[in-house]
Design a binder for this molecule. Structure first.
Ligand code: NOJ
Length: 683
């Protein structure tokens, strides 16, 4: 790469004091290039062919004004000039204005990049030693459709804003029509969700079917048999509607369309049909609290006299006294614009809907009906702890939140056997009952702590005792960094500890949610955790470039660091002792014994023993005793099983020896080091 040195030096300069001066000089250079219109065709997959060159086609081909939209980084303008492009090389001139809110001054540089194949011609370059990747995908007319820049652990996306009508009528581009309920039984049965083990899947990173380096619905459909084989009964899809972030999808632009990177709505329908054929339910992430700042309705709401003004929370005067400590871009959730101040609890790019406005709720219900009518099995509602707020400074857990959650549940009950789970990262006890199911944030730390330390730690027992677990969904990890690292890292790559953590949450009286890749021991792509790194392409094979995730030479994001060791699906499925085989075995036990999926729970306290965690699960007349030994030595313990003179048969161990409980309802058991035993009471 001939210009690599100068390119690197620009990035180094970001971090040095004189950066601003150096870059402001360079930035001027951009003005040299004018905007040129060209027509191109993409007859050959790896080539942009100029069919009708613009007049005066020197010195630049095209100037592109994009938006740098890093979900947690803020937005800044970028300009890209494709100066020359041939079959396999492109010269690009690139510059940005200052980043806001990070206040980093603009940068500019010129690079020679590779043109690689894929669905659309893609300009790609990578500086491996600095973990920097740039990728720009060209559309049919040669303009840049979207771009991705990864530096270290942060991804920044370049998306072109769609040109629409005048502000005030932008929302006409969306389908806001009323939708009538058309119920259908999706064939999963009444308690399907309670009986299921779910997997949280990030479509962008699961499986690419068309070689553009990005996961899609066709890819996901092709892996349904893998999920079935593991024993998965439910899938939570991270947001899959068309979004502006071009990443995790929480910045929704159109609630009634599929993310274009993921394929078409027909691809989605096919996926749903195939999932149902395998008795797998599908729930969608529904982002009810906020939209994207480039959602057409938000654009319209900027005008003070717009009929959509009241769909968001606008104030003409700056509200005072607000402080959201973790908010990206600063703690004041009321950013100032020339149209007024709007409320956005997460960051400027995610304006909160005004859920007090009945029109907004109607909009959401119509959107939900749109998907439920297609046979979607329910929703994971994002960020329900932030639905309502009270001035000043009540932005979490407003008392109206659980009331709305209850209404959402009642709405869902108009359909047959639909399921919902809410995400409230604090006060789970408030949302569990009205929602029917809410995520149990915090338990993962207790479980992983037990597996790591070799003891059933108090944090885990206390959480289980104090929370309405029967109305909860539990997990070891998910897509958010605040939850923790990939399990592989949490247990420092120790398989035995990994399996102990998995055993624990897969046998408890809450619905387990596996985070994709967890079942094969997937690590991050880099040493440092970040949300992007948590959402790396799934490790299907040991190919260290693309992990079997795509046929493209280059996946859209770097793959897991441990992909070429045994931690990939191909190797794991074949190995009887693998993490995957362990998950499969425990899930099968849960599924084939109603007491383990639907049953009650009672902790068995064991005097003078800290290393064994034992509990009773009971459903109708089925009773099972679970005992997990976190320590590195075999343990002999006496368990109070509340049934005198009964026979108990081990259902997971090699030994078939039937044990008898004593007249005082105790059972003497031996549990091998770092292992577990389940005894089932015989009738
Ligand atoms: C919570 C989600 O889990 C997180 O990933 C997302 O970024 C925020 N809500 C905003 O939608």
């Amino acid at each position: 790469m001939s210009n690599k040195k100068s390119f690197l030096s620009y990035f180094l300069m970001i971090s040095i004091f004189f950066f601003a001066i150096a870059c402001s000089k360079k930035e001027k250079k951009v003005e040299v290039f004018k905007q040129f219109k060209i027509e191109t065709s993409t007859k050959k997959a790896n080539q942009v062919e100029i069919v009708k060159p613009a007049e005066n086609l020197t010195p630049g081909l095209q100037t592109l004004s994009g938006k740098w939209q890093g979900a947690w980084i803020g937005v800044a303008e970028a300009t890209l000039v494709v100066k020359e492009i041939s079959k396999d090389k492109a010269k690009i001139y690139y510059s940005t204005k200052k980043y806001d809110p990070m206040k980093i001054p603009g940068i500019a540089f010129e690079i020679e990049a590779d043109v690689i194949d894929g669905k659309n011609p893609t300009i790609f370059w990578q500086v491996k030693e600095r973990k920097e990747t740039y990728k720009f995908i060209l559309g049919k007319n040669g303009h840049i459709l979207r771009g991705l820049y990864t530096k270290g652990t942060d991804d920044i996306y370049v998306g072109m804003r769609k040109s629409t009508d005048k502000r005030g009528s932008y929302s006409k581009t969306l389908d806001l029509s009323d939708v009538k309920i058309k119920d259908q039984d999706t064939g999963l049965g009444k308690d399907w969700a309670k009986k299921a083990v779910f997997m949280e899947i990030y479509v962008r990173s699961f499986k690419d079917s068309d070689g553009d380096g990005i996961g899609d619905f066709k890819g996901l459909t092709s892996k349904l048999d893998y999920l079935k084989n593991l024993g998965i009964g439910g899938i939570w899809l991270m947001p899959s509607f068309s979004s502006s972030d071009k990443d995790h999808g929480y910045a929704v632009e159109n609630y009634r369309d599929i993310e274009e990177d993921y394929g078409t709505i027909e691809d989605f329908e096919e996926f749903l049909k195939e999932a149902h054929k395998r008795k797998i339910g599908v729930i969608l992430d529904y982002v009810i609290n906020h939209s994207s700042s480039s959602n057409a309705i938000f654009e319209d709401s900027k005008l003070k006299n717009s009929s959509k003004r009241n769909w968001f929370r606008w104030k003409n005067k700056a509200p005072k006294g607000w402080n959201v400590g973790w908010r990206v871009g600063g703690p004041n959730p009321w950013p100032k614009t020339k149209y007024g101040h709007y409320y956005s609890v997460f960051f400027n790019g995610l304006p909160d809907w005004n859920l007090k406005n009945p029109e907004v709720m109607k909009f959401h219900y119509n959107n939900m009906k749109f998907w439920l009518n297609k046979g979607v099995d329910g929703f994971r509602f994002d960020a329900v702890g932030h639905l309502f707020e009270k001035e000043p400074n009540v932005w979490d857990n407003h008392p109206d939140n659980p009331k709305l959650v209850k209404k959402l549940k009642a709405f869902l009950n108009k359909y047959t056997n639909r399921f919902m789970v809410t995400e409230a990262t604090t006060h789970a006890e408030v949302y569990a009952k009205p929602a029917g199911c809410t995520f149990g944030f915090g338990l993962q730390k207790g479980i992983l702590g037990s597996a790591r330390s070799g003891k059933a730690i108090g944090k885990m027992i206390k959480f289980i005792d104090e929370n309405p677990m029967q109305n909860m969904a539990i997990f070891l990890s998910n897509h958010d960094g605040f939850v923790g690292d990939r399990t592989f890292k949490e247990v420092k790559g120790d398989d035995a500890k990994y399996k102990l953590a998995a055993t624990t949450y897969l046998l408890l009286h809450a619905i387990p949610f596996i985070y994709y890749g967890e079942e094969v021991g997937m690590d991050l792509a880099s040493a440092k955790i970040s949300d992007d790194q948590l959402r790396a392409p799934m490790s299907w094979t040991d190919d260290e470039d693309n992990a079997g995730f795509t046929t493209s030479k280059i996946p859209y994001r770097l793959v897991a660091r441990n992909v070429d060791s045994k931690y990939n699906a191909q190797d794991q499925v074949e190995d009887e002792d693998s993490i995957f085989s362990h998950y499969k075995k425990v899930i099968a036990l849960r599924k084939s014994n109603d007491s383990l999926s639907l049953g009650s729970y009672k902790h068995i306290k064991i005097p003078n023993n800290k290393t064994v965690f034992a509990f009773i699960r009971e459903y109708k007349d089925e009773k099972t005793i679970v005992a997990i030994n976190y320590s590195q030595k075999d343990e002999n313990v006496i368990l109070k099983v509340d049934s005198a003179n009964k026979s108990f048969k081990p259902i997971n161990a090699e030994s078939e020896d039937i044990l008898k409980s004593s007249g005082s309802s105790t059972l003497k058991v031996e549990i091998p080091a770092q292992d577990f035993i389940i005894y089932k009471m015989t009738k």
